[in-house]
Design a protein around this ligand. Structure first.
Ligand code: PMM
Length: 268
């Protein structure tokens, strides 16, 4: 069954939930709510990756995420750390995170892979072609899914060379990162090419702009969450091992419907 990563952005500026979880008590309450709704992993981030976002000083990033990670880990909740920074990744693992989630796949910080290797943590490697400030200039593909798969294969090899066995790697096509709206759909349509790499596949479509562009008008959050639940179920059908979402309950329900369709025993 496809897993659910619940998103906990502790940032003042993430595009859909910025500012909401800056208060540690509220952040923890939200994480526990997502866990109760069915999240297998809470993905904690302290720096926004939205297009044009400014980088956050490492000390500030760590001050935001480490206490939350420690509290969640103490409560026995599996945590991943969403960071581009190797020092934050290692500190987060020491605080209890089990997975490092690097949307740049080790490209933003050249020390990332070597730093994660000795920790024993798993690593989610995202498809990335450059910082969000200018990533759309790099959105050029002839066969998007194939090229994304090829570039992820190179990152799996780089991880292996740094001492991270492929069994510890999760790959992510990086929806919205250096991809236009239609290119995101091309990648999702070709998700089997990414699954064919043989690694676990994580897919993050939640509330992203390409979904809003697909819907009429200016969809509010509820409509984006419904669209996210549908794409998450379709990603699960196409072989995703986990999906990364803001609205855990909606995606849990969509995955339950998919499971029933496929004849899996229900959770009731
Ligand atoms: N997207 C965002 C942040 N982190 N991590 C992974 N593995 N995959 C993603 O697609 C991804 C990510 C940007 O979205 P947010 O601002 O809603 O967190």
């Amino acid at each position: 069954m496809t897993g659910i990563w619940g998103i906990l952005n502790i940032t003042p500026d993430s595009f859909s939930d910025g500012g909401r979880h800056m208060d540690p008590e509220k952040a923890l309450a939200h994480a526990h709510r997502m866990r109760a709704e069915g999240a297998n992993v809470i993905d904690v981030g302290g720096e926004s990756t939205r297009p044009g976002a400014a980088r956050v000083p490492v000390a500030e990033e760590q001050a935001r995420v480490l206490p939350i990670i420690a509290a969640l880990a103490d409560a026995g909740i599996p945590v991943s750390i969403d960071t581009l920074n190797s020092e934050t990744a290692v500190a987060a693992v020491h605080a209890g995170a089990r997975i490092v989630n690097d949307v740049s796949g080790g490209l933003a910080d050249e020390r990332m892979l070597a730093a994660v290797a000795p920790t024993g943590a798993d690593i989610a490697i995202g498809h990335w072609r450059g910082p969000s400030s200018d990533m759309y200039a790099r959105a050029q593909y002839t066969r998007a899914a194939r090229e994304v798969a090829g570039e992820l294969r190179e990152r799996i090899a780089a991880a292996a060379a740094a001492g991270i066995a492929p069994s510890r790697v999760i790959v992510d096509p990086g929806i919205g990162f250096a991809k236009s709206g239609e290119q995101n759909w091309e990648v999702l349509r070709g998700l089997d090419e990414i699954a064919a790499l043989g690694s676990r596949v994580l897919v993050g479509t939640s509330r992203k702009r390409f979904l809003a562009e697909t819907l009429d008008g200016e969809p509010d959050q509820q409509r984006r969450d419904l669209a996210t639940a549908v794409t998450s179920a379709l990603a699960a059908r196409a072989g995703a091992w986990a999906v990364r979402v803001h609205d855990v309950a909606a995606t849990r329900d969509a995955l339950a419907v998919l499971g029933a369709w496929d004849g899996e025993p229900s959770g009731r």
